[in-house]
Design a protein around this ligand. Structure first.
Ligand code: NAD
Ligand code: GLY
Length: 359
């Protein structure tokens, strides 16, 4: 068979890796893993829902490429990003005699990518891994960039590491089996890219929805650029990708993980960040309104209907890792297509924005 060409390469020197994007390419996963030099056995980590849809296709591809494989399943949903599931999973790998020559395959959405990536980062002091994302959210965002994490009661993604995958295999036919809520939530991150750096993408989404493969390629190219310029979020550039996430993560933790989907929480967080940007960065009201309308076009929430005490949301925001030396690093937008980090956003701005979401 003819070699496939990667559609995007994440250029990080010795940690560079290809991102393949296409319909039906889940069946090529095994040979692509061989092509990037992976050897040894494959430890496939997935959730129970994704396994039912795509587990056999993935296993077939892995075994046809001559790999032995073991399967490790966790319950579907955000609650699996926990120490308890991390422990169960690593014990399961040990029982299956997964050794230092092995590699991990993360088959699923962002939860599986973050969790399996962390397993790969720490099991036997680190194994290579590959991402096979199956949600819109994971395909346009989380499968690329090497952030791995689990949640704590104190806050989202508070335990994790940077561990880049060796390969990303994005089959754009797999999200077709997502529920409507899960499909729509992925658009929160796509809209985010439009807001922070790609106004033409934002305008395109206002008119109509391009095919998923086109959106995935565009978003992965944008994300790869941020990751290449600031791999470990040190210079402030990669932090711009957190637009809407400070309030979003606070809402996820305050509501109880899994109550709001990640993209839904980010949607609310982006509306809050747009309101704060009007106060602190000169964003025009008309542009904040366009953001709200676009989110609503994708059935994403812009009003907080959950009965959550604002003080609880604020408490979770304040324990978020985006605080450095007691100061919040908040991403604001002076206009559509431009973003910057500021330390001028105070507690009272957050209180006001949270109250505005509930109105
Ligand atoms: P998810 O992985 O929980 O998937 C959502 C639901 O869809 C789950 O119930 C899952 O079983 C199901 N599912 C997955 N693929 C399916 C398919 N093809 N067909 C039918 N059902 C399917 O959630 P998600 O929204 O993909 O990811 C959210 C997580 O990603 C959050 O924990 C967030 O913090 C993380 N994230 C990480 C990064 C990063 O850079 N590492 C970026 C963005 C988000
Ligand atoms: N999702 C934000 C990042 O990858 O940096």
């Amino acid at each position: 068979m003819a070699p496939l060409q990667p559609l995007v390469t994440v250029n990080l020197g010795v940690r560079s890796y290809p991102v393949y994007i296409g319909n039906g390419i889940i069946f090529e996963t095994g040979r692509l893993a061989r092509d990037v030099g992976l050897r040894g056995q494959a430890a496939i980590i997935t959730d129970e829902t994704v396994d039912q849809f795509y587990g056999s296709a993935l296993r077939e591809s892995i075994s046809q490429a001559g790999f032995k494989a073991s399967l490790h399943r966790v319950p579907a949903g955000e609650r699996s990003k926990s120490f308890a599931v991390l422990e169960t999973l690593t014990e399961s790998l040990a029982r299956a005699a997964v050794d230092r020559q092995a590699f991990v395959v993360a088959l699923g959405g962002g939860v599986i990518g973050d969790l399996a990536g962390l397993v790969a980062a720490i099991y036997r002091r680190g194994l290579p891994y590959i991402q096979v994302p199956t949600t819109v959210m994971a395909q346009v965002d989380s499968a690329v960039g090497g952030k791995t994490a689990i949640n704590l009661a104190a806050g989202k993604n508070l335990v994790g590491s940077f561990h880049q995958p060796r390969l990303v295999v994005t089959d754009t036919s797999t999200p077709k089996t997502l529920g409507v809520r899960e499909w729509n939530e992925g658009f929160a991150e796509i809209i985010k890219y439009g807001i922070i750096c790609d106004p033409s993408l934002f305008e395109q989404l206002e008119r109509s929805t391009p095919p998923l493969a086109e959106l995935v390629k565009r978003c992965v190219e944008i994300k790869a650029g941020f990751v290449e310029r600031d791999e470990q979020e040190r210079s402030g550039e990669r932090a711009l990708l957190n637009f809407g996430h400070t309030v979003g993560h606070g809402l996820e933790a305050a509501a109880g993980y899994g109550t709001l989907l990640h993209g839904e929480a980010v949607s609310l967080g982006m509306r809050a960040a747009a309101l704060i940007s009007m106060r602190r960065a000169g964003l025009q009201t008309a542009e904040a309104t366009r953001i709200q309308r676009l989110l609503e076009r994708y059935s994403l929430p812009t009003r907080l209907t959950l009965n959550l005490p604002p003080s609880r949301i604020l408490e979770k925001i304040l324990s978020d890792k985006k605080f450095i030396g007691g100061k919040i690093r908040f991403v604001v937008i002076p206009r559509l297509g431009a973003a910057q980090v500021t330390d001028e956003v105070g507690k009272e701005d957050l209180e006001w924005a949270i109250a505005s979401l509930a109105e």
